[in-house]
Design a protein around this ligand. Structure first.
Ligand code: SF4
Ligand code: SF4
Length: 329
């Protein structure tokens, strides 16, 4: 009996001692929580996608508060969240334009040929290890959806024609698909840029034609048509210079294969407000498409069929008499 009592007392004593040590340690070595981390966590979208490079939103918030991560590191939240995080951290954040992923290939099963039938693992990385994959064009989308699997926002899918397609509304521009694609086919492009070359083939034109109906064949018609020096050619492939492109979409109209894609549904048209026009002719002089008519000191007007919506006249008009409206289709 005595032994049992002694054991109980010594166990209780040890428990009390360990408890006291732990209580002391938790006070003595407690890590102070930065209140800014909690405030930042509150304004994050909570997607926990890891696109910022940290383990979820909690990890990112702590990294920002401790100065290890930039205030604009949350791609899902974009500029609005970056501004709020910046104000918590006392940093001014400039608004950045939203970017959207684009798959730079239109070589689906209707447009492109295969060089063999692939029956291996349904994964683009695995398929690309077998002689670059089954596509005749060694640059083309393999359509096995490696990008789809990594997208945390269900913003990319494989179409009926077996090619990756991005849902513009759902894409947050996190860039996970860009990293995952073994063909380096996906690019993040500013939302306001409405024209893209959807091909990355550097093959000679003849070879492109043999493999795909919608590839860039290097004919340079787009280069000649562009009035704004917004296209250049690298390795036989057209490239849009987003800093110069004004979305006139003329290159896409000229491209004989359709390799240049334009969001024609968003094409604009200029409109001159008669009550403001002073007939100075500034707009007429700057228009590269002869889409404005009118005599000096008379009201000018736009010829909608010629206007490409490039917006140069809007910038030049000294009395703000011109606006760009979305074209009625
Ligand atoms: S499509 Fe790509 S960039 Fe867009 S949300 Fe998905 S993974 Fe991110
Ligand atoms: S875009 Fe790249 S990862 Fe996505 S299906 Fe095509 S080849 Fe595969």
């Amino acid at each position: 009996m005595e032994k049992i009592l002694l054991s109980l007392l010594s166990l209780g004593g040890m428990g009390f001692l360990f408890g006291a040590v732990l209580a002391f340690a938790s006070k003595r070595f407690a890590v102070e929580k930065d209140p800014r981390a909690e405030a930042i966590r509150e304004v994050l979208p909570g997607a926990n996608c890891g696109a910022c490079g940290y383990p979820g939103c909690d990890g990112f918030a702590e990294a920002v508060a401790s100065g290890r991560a930039p205030v604009d590191g949350c791609t899902v939240g974009g500029s609005p969240v970056a501004v709020r995080v910046g104000s918590i951290m006392g940093v001014e954040v400039k608004q950045k334009e939203r970017v959207i992923a684009h798959v730079l290939c239109q070589g689906d099963c209707h447009n492109a040929v295969n060089k063999y039938q692939y029956k291996g693992i349904q994964d683009c990385v695995a398929a690309s290890m077998l002689a670059g994959g089954p596509k005749g064009c060694s640059y083309g989308c393999l359509g096995l959806g490696t990008c789809v699997k990594v997208c945390p926002f269900d913003a990319i899918h494989i179409s009926d024609g077996s090619i990756a397609v991005v849902d513009r509304d759902k894409c947050t521009g996190c860039g996970k698909c860009v990293e995952a694609c073994p063909k380096n086919l996906i690019e993040l492009i500013p939302e306001s840029n409405l024209v893209q070359v959807l091909c990355i083939s550097k093959d000679p034109g003849k070879q492109v034609r043999e493999n795909c109906k919608v590839g860039c064949i290097g004919c340079r018609l787009c280069l000649k048509a562009c009035q704004f020096e917004a296209i250049d050619f690298v390795d036989n492939l057209a490239r849009i210079r987003y800093d110069k492109c004004v979305n006139c979409m003329v290159c896409a109209e000229k491209c004989p294969t359709g390799a240049i894609y334009a969001h024609f549904a968003k094409r604009k048209v200029a409109f001159i407000h008669e009550n403001k026009c002073i007939g100075c002719t500034a707009c007429k002089k700057v228009c590269k498409f002869e889409a404005i008519e009118g005599e000096p000191e008379q009201k000018h007007r736009v010829l909608p069929d010629r206007c490409t919506g490039c917006g140069q006249c809007v910038e030049r008009c000294p009395v703000n008499a011109i606006s760009l409206n979305v074209r009625e289709h």
